[in-house]
Design a protein around this ligand. Sequence first.
Ligand SMILES: [Zn+2]
Length: 250
Amino acid sequence: MTILDAHLHLPYWGTDIDDKSRILLAKLDEHSIDYGIVIADSLGESTIGTSEEIVRLAGKEKRLFAVIGVSPLAGINLHYVANTLDQKRAVGVKLYPGHEPFTLEDSRLIPLYEELEKRRVPLLVHTEWTKDGKAVPHPSEVARVARKFPDLPVVVCHCWKGNALEAVATVAGLHNVYYELSSMLEGDAREAESLLSTLMQKAPSRVLFGSDYASCELDGQLEKLSKMVRGDARTKVLFENANKLYRLNV
Ligand SMILES: [Zn+2]
């Protein structure tokens, strides 16, 4: 079976981009993962690769695809984003609201949403629960953006791990929200199991496997997943859904 990991990062260790990409590719080989989507950092300089570095890497490695990282705090170069997408050198754009101090409804993001919606290119959104028990971004904020831009595919990375079931209930019913399992299969995966049993009934074509390597350990994740979803459902989660959403044609 073909396996596509829809959420990868270069390791923060390794001497340079070439060395880091060798480490990543060796890890994919170790787990028989055929293709990977590598997500860039949103900052000007990064140990896990800037957008330019990840785009260049994906241009060299046929198995890898790039997601650009942007931030309204650093200023978004829309010209660069649009050109890179049009040249098919990246397959998505990621925002880190909460992780960085801005919200999804920041007016500076509207031109970005319009560019992505026009092209039907996915917007990836970092989601999490803060230590004081707050969902960031709030699921209703994601829901408002998804409703306002109905042709914009919105990928919720990490599915608000920690209180996933409650959070995803808020965006349930929105046809353009996708659920990406990054970090949920690391360690204790009971939450992932109950989330998957809900999602595979309600949105079986919008669930994506992502490991969040090298932020997370990849070992054991695929084994856990294969016990939770079987047959055609597994093929969808591990490959078909992401291949279709990101239009990778692999
Ligand atoms: Zn990540």
